[in-house]
Unconditional design. Structure first.
Length: 414
């Protein structure tokens, strides 16, 4: 379990470490605010678009095989990113990193389901997995700040290859059987195009991209309905939409707040990258330790109570940070909220997946979460009172989840 948890640590680390390096990146390579947003969003857009395919590929060709392929690619592309000569090549390489991250994630979720088939054991293992990966959220801003202060933004990418190598060595004996899941690549390509156009429309306020996204979505829906191998297995979306909505909004709030507060701390309050990284520890440290408690709660009571508590705490933390001065106490509240909600969402999705589709089900949730992260950076980067906007959206989502699940509560794992 250490090996695939470490790989997901790597995937999450890369979503946060670069954010703290954005001012240094702009000083080194130039570019506008939109260019900085794309340096972050190229990764999350490609990650979100390919997560469905990553889960399906893991189900089809074997979780262990796809996991190793993704980790290897992540290490190699990170080396190339460290040598990027300009902002354009870096954005392209960040997109390729997102593809590799999707393969890592699809493989790791498939391995989690294979290694822990019993629901209660899986809930506890998911809590441990989330604690290890939550460490990446805590380490990302801090490690990124230290590396940027000492060596510049390129050092952020040089952190990845050694971690990838350790993960591969830890999983060198892992093997998974091939499955029978078919893949419709037309649907996957359309999904990637749709997400990319949506991000372009939001980041650059491009109405043409928005219209193109709507057209691609219409084609995507038709292709999905006629597909012999739909990206979303029958009934999965209808059965899990409350969890998918909650995951999307939680990541919207976290990634958007991280982006907005990074710019505030470094460009308005003139903190160094290291000091800004330290300022985020109240937000990220709870996600290192609290998922272990969440795993036990889910094993005993089911995922619904931790999800509701988590969403409520996220909304409270965002509201407090927006309305008061020093945000540190409210960042702690938000961090505990995320650490309750996200592991519980993952346990519920994997547990409800039909046999042989755990990678796909986990990929669906992570795809929606990454869409939320992309939208969070794009929307909150230009919105007035962005923290209050995220707080209101999270509170509404909490109420919607409570109402939609009150008659169909997932039973506790036994």
């Amino acid at each position: 379990m250490f090996g695939f948890s470490l790989a997901y640590f790597l995937v999450i680390l890369d979503t946060t470490a670069l954010t703290i390096a954005l001012p240094d990146l702009r000083a080194s390579l130039g570019g506008s605010l939109a260019g900085q947003q794309w340096a972050v969003n190229a990764y999350t857009v490609a990650f979100a678009a390919c997560l469905l395919a990553g889960g399906a590929v893991a189900d089809r060709y074997g979780a262990a095989r796809i996991f190793k392929l993704g980790v290897t690619a992540f290490g190699v592309i990170s080396l190339l990113s460290a040598a990027a000569p300009g902002l354009g090549p870096l954005i392209g390489l960040r997109a390729l990193l997102g593809v590799a991250a999707a393969l890592c994630t699809g493989g790791s979720l498939g391995l989690l389901a294979e290694m822990f088939p019993e629901p209660a054991a899986r809930a506890r293992a998911t809590g441990l997995w989330a604690a290890i990966t939550g460490t990446a959220l805590a380490a990302g801003p801090l490690l990124g700040g230290i590396l940027v202060d000492l060596y510049g933004w390129r050092a952020v990418f040089l952190l990845n290859p050694p971690i990838a190598l350790i993960s591969l060595l830890a999983m060198r004996g892992a093997a998974s059987p091939r499955g029978h899941r078919l893949i419709d690549w037309r649907v996957q390509v359309l999904a990637c195009a749709f997400l990319g156009l949506v991000a372009e429309a939001l980041i650059d306020a491009a109405p043409v991209a928005g219209l193109a996204a709507a057209a691609v979505l219409a084609v995507l829906v038709l292709a999905e309905r006629r597909s012999h191998a739909p990206a979303l297995p029958g009934g999965l979306l209808a059965a899990t939409w409350p969890q998918l909505l909650a995951g999307t909004v939680a990541n919207f709030a976290f990634s958007g707040a991280l982006f907005v507060l990074t710019l505030l701390l470094q460009e308005t309050r003139h903190l160094s990258p290291m000091a800004a990284g330290l300022a985020f520890l109240p937000l990220t440290l709870p996600m290192t330790v609290n998922p272990l408690l969440t795993g036990r709660l889910v094993a005993r009571y089911g995922p619904r109570p931790p999800i509701l508590a988590g969403l409520a705490l996220i909304a409270a933390g965002l509201t407090g940070a927006a309305l008061t001065g020093p945000p540190a106490p409210w960042l702690v509240v938000m961090g505990f909220g995320l650490s309750f909600a996200l592991p519980a969402l993952m346990t519920g999705i994997i547990g409800s997946a039909p046999p042989g589709t755990a990678g796909t089900a986990g990929g669906v949730l992570n795809a929606f979460r990454q869409v939320g992260a992309t939208l969070g950076v794009a929307v909150m980067g230009v919105a007035g009172r962005p923290l209050l906007l995220a707080a209101a959206l999270t509170a509404l989502t909490c109420a919607a989840y409570a109402l939609s699940t009150r008659r169909s509560r997932t039973p506790a794992a036994t």
